[in-house]
Design a protein around this ligand. Sequence first.
Ligand SMILES: [Zn+2]
Length: 198
Amino acid sequence: MFIEPRVGNKTHASRKGWIEVICGSMFSGKTEELIRRLNRAKIARQKIEIFKPTVDKRYHEEDVVSHNANAIRSTPIDFAQDMLLLGGSCDVVGIDEAQFFDDGLAEVCVKLANSGVRVIAAGLDMDYLGKPFGPMPALMAVAEYVTKVHAVCVQCGDIANYSFRNAADEKQVLLGETDSYEARCRHCFTEGMKQKKS
Ligand SMILES: [Zn+2]
């Protein structure tokens, strides 16, 4: 389990920020892990703010909702840039569904961290084709801590790190369509992709 290196920095004259990334496939518990870290900060009376891209309208508009319905209130925003205005005065900024943000995300997170904010971003590291997803690779590169969480392969029960899509739709984002995805291990993902082609 991830243990924060230093969570209480209020007493120091020079507030120090950093970036944490929680990544993995669908059904790997990314959002649950984000919520766990944020709740602990909240209990310690740190000022937290949670953002998610407006594109993610699967569940309730203003809540970060994980699959086990463990919800935290969040602010939907259109651009990563918006976090600078809204999150600058926070101790901790949480970001859910980070993969759907624009390419400015890494730069924004760096600015926040440089100004003393602890940034925790959760998102899919790969899309349904197994390709790095949007701004995630850049964000992982500039982060101090990267935690990769895993799901369980629906086909064989091994550790899964791919989001396999059963539907034939070619669009990268299928909103609200979690039913058409399953977590798969490398072997079962590759086999599935082969079958799709033939
Ligand atoms: Zn498998």
